[in-house]
Design a protein around this ligand. Structure first.
Ligand SMILES: *[C@@H]1O[C@H](CO)[C@@H](O)[C@H](O)[C@H]1NC(C)=O
Ligand SMILES: *[C@@H]1O[C@H](CO)[C@@H](O)[C@H](O)[C@H]1NC(C)=O
Length: 593
């Protein structure tokens, strides 16, 4: 080791870095930035603070990719410059990065600065960090002022009162900046700033700014003000909300730009929770109605998707009545909306109204709407209804539900869209359990058999897998008398895919039907398929045999399964050979022998 006074050797790493950072290949420059921490370690904290930081600050002209990596690295650099005592020396290079033209780089620099702010002592925050924020906020370029918007709230709470006042004044200027981009950034950070500012200052200084942003000429600014509104509402009491917020919020609900109304609809439940029950009752219920019949489909869809949550959050004393008189009429119109996204958004939540309005209202008013939606031409609408049937079930009972909806469900069981059929199948065990065996046999059994023969694999697979649940619900005898004969019949189907499905069903049924049925009723069919002309069927026989052998007795194993597998082992097809060897060698077979 040479002494610490700066010999050539101790200069080495930074010289290497400088060379690499000047390399004409971007990839090499990028790599050297990515190992910046290694270089900083080699340099030691003091030289990192002085030489490396000033080098980086002066050399910030590069590809965005390199700058982005640098901005990210510096956010993690506190230990490498000697801890929080020295963290302020990272501000200079990040300040430059926060002013570049490329948005991603700037945003990353701001992110890193936001990470570093809490690591400063109060006095460093007042001196270094605040001065940087001030320079950025008063910068000539809009890029710099945009970045300042994201940095004010992270230092506000830990600085003295005179600096707080300056920060509020900087923020005020940013909110009325000539460049829309800056106002947009200020509006986006408004909620965050409001949370850290003293409530009196919020009322006296920030609310007027909020109202300006909410009436900005740019809709992109106004819609961000709606998000700020949610935060502010959460901080205020009823009277203050009424006085300070409602004028702007009402304006936003009727905004001429649908993008603003869309954000209102999208944030409606948060707004509802923010303003509380009284204002909800007096103002928001009718506003919600107007969003539900907005001219723009996007707005209607956003509002429709909030119906359930909005209704759940209504004050309980008047909830049912409010829904029936002020919401339901709009819902009835939406069921026949001209836009399928609106109908589909409605279908995904409409069943959730059932528990809120109770049994009688559901039967009288909602069931007809469900029926209309079950028959909708758009598959997503039908699917959304089917997927939510269970919450209605709990309210009106499965009898009523099935009486009114079953015909439509039966129709859907043959829907041309396989995803709809799939949803019905998945609902089947629940329905079967609640309808009981007779009802199932009468109405659904044949459907079930059709699904096993469906031309879409996913449907056959789902129907097969659900057999297990059905047998568990209805028992072995039911299986033997109804479903097993249908399954065994499939072994004689012309289509080899159906013959394979027969084997898949047996795989599933054997697990829940026990030794007797498996051995006496199903095994002969499996053995019969061992001489199927299609190799795919034959190797599935080998697979099925190895799956069901734990369920059959050892004499059947010896006298029937083993000879069959040995015969398949002589098959001319390599796959059949492969699977029969695998079956013969499987642990289950060996154990059972
Ligand atoms: C606030 O902090 C700044 C910087 O540390 C200092 O110059 C100023 O005098 C302080 N003001 C008050 C009122 O403490
Ligand atoms: C929606 O349209 C269907 C079919 O045209 C009709 O039967 C139903 O009554 C309508 N529903 C409402 C609530 O208007």
């Amino acid at each position: 080791m040479t002494d610490a006074s700066g010999s050539d050797e101790s200069l080495f790493p930074i010289a290497v870095l400088i060379d690499e950072l000047r390399h004409e290949d971007v990839q090499l420059r990028l790599n050297s930035i990515k190992k910046l921490s290694t270089i900083a370690l080699a340099l030691g904290a003091e030289r990192t603070r002085t030489e490396l930081m000033s080098f980086l600050t002066e050399t910030i002209y590069d590809e965005d990719e390199v700058l982005l990596a640098l901005a990210e690295q510096l956010g993690q650099f506190t230990p490498l410059v000697g801890g929080s005592e020295y963290v302020h020396c990272l501000l200079k290079p990040l300040e430059s990065l926060a002013t570049v033209e490329e948005t991603v780089v700037r945003d990353k620099a701001v992110d890193s600065l936001r990470l570093l702010a809490p690591e400063h002592s109060n006095s460093d925050l007042e001196t270094y960090f605040f001065q940087m924020v001030k320079r950025l906020a008063q910068g000539d370029w809009f890029t710099s002022r945009t970045s300042a918007c994201g940095l004010i709230s992270v230092c506000y709470q830990r600085v003295n009162n005179s600096i707080k006042m300056e920060l509020r004044s900087l923020f005020r200027n940013l909110c009325s900046d000539d460049t829309p981009m800056v106002r947009r950034a200020a509006a986006a950070k408004f909620g965050e700033f409001v949370k850290v500012v003293e409530i009196d200052h919020v009322k006296n200084e920030l609310i007027p700014l909020f109202n300006n942003l909410a009436s900005d000429e740019q809709d992109s600014v106004r819609l961000l003000a709606v998000e700020a509104c949610v935060v502010i509402a959460g901080l205020f009491k009823h009277d203050d909300i009424e006085r300070f917020l409602m004028p702007s919020l009402k304006q936003a609900i009727d905004d001429k730009s649908w993008r603003v109304r869309y954000v209102v609809a999208d944030k409606f439940v948060e707004l509802q929770q923010g303003v509380g029950p009284e204002i909800t009752k007096n103002e928001l219920v009718s506003a919600f109605g107007s969003l539900l019949k907005d001219n723009e489909a996007e707005v209607r869809a956003a509002a429709a998707g909030k119906i359930k949550d909005f209704c759940h959050n209504l004050p309980s004393d008047t909830r049912e009545q409010t829904i029936m008189t002020h919401i339901l009429p709009y819902v009835k119109d939406l069921v026949n909306d001209s836009n399928q996204h609106v109908k589909s958004a409605l279908a995904s939540v409409i069943m959730g109204l059932s528990p809120v309005v109770g049994k009688d209202n559901t039967i009288e008013h909602l069931l007809p709407l469900f029926l209309t939606q079950l028959k909708d031409e758009c598959p997503d609408v039908r699917l959304n209804i089917i997927s939510n049937l269970d919450c209605v079930n709990e309210v009106i009972g499965v009898k009523t539900l099935s009486q009114s909806l079953l015909p439509a469900i039966v129709e859907l069981a043959e829907d041309s869209k396989w995803r709809v059929r799939l949803a019905i199948i998945e609902y089947m065990p629940l329905l079967a359990g609640q309808l009981g065996v007779e009802f199932f046999d009468e109405k659904l059994n044949n459907l079930y058999a059709n699904w096993l023969l469906d031309h879409v694999f996913a449907i056959r697979e789902a129907a097969t897998n659900n057999l297990k649940k059905l047998v568990e619900k209805f028992g072995h005898e039911w299986a033997q008398s109804t479903i097993i004969p249908k399954v065994l019949n499939m072994a004689r189907d012309q289509n080899y895919l159906i013959r394979m499905t027969c084997l898949f069903c047996i795989n599933v049924l054997a697990q829940s039907c026990g030794q007797e049925l498996t051995q006496k009723v199903m095994l002969p069919t499996v053995l019969g398929l061992a001489s199927d002309p299609v190799a795919n069927v034959r190797f599935n026989v080998a697979k099925t045999l190895s799956r069901i052998c734990p369920v059959v007795g050892s004499s059947a194993l010896q006298s029937q399964i083993k000879p069959c597998l040995e015969k398949l082992n002589q098959d001319s097809d390599v796959d059949v050979k492969f699977y029969s060897i695998e079956a013969l060698e499987s642990e289950k077979v060996i154990q059972a022998m």
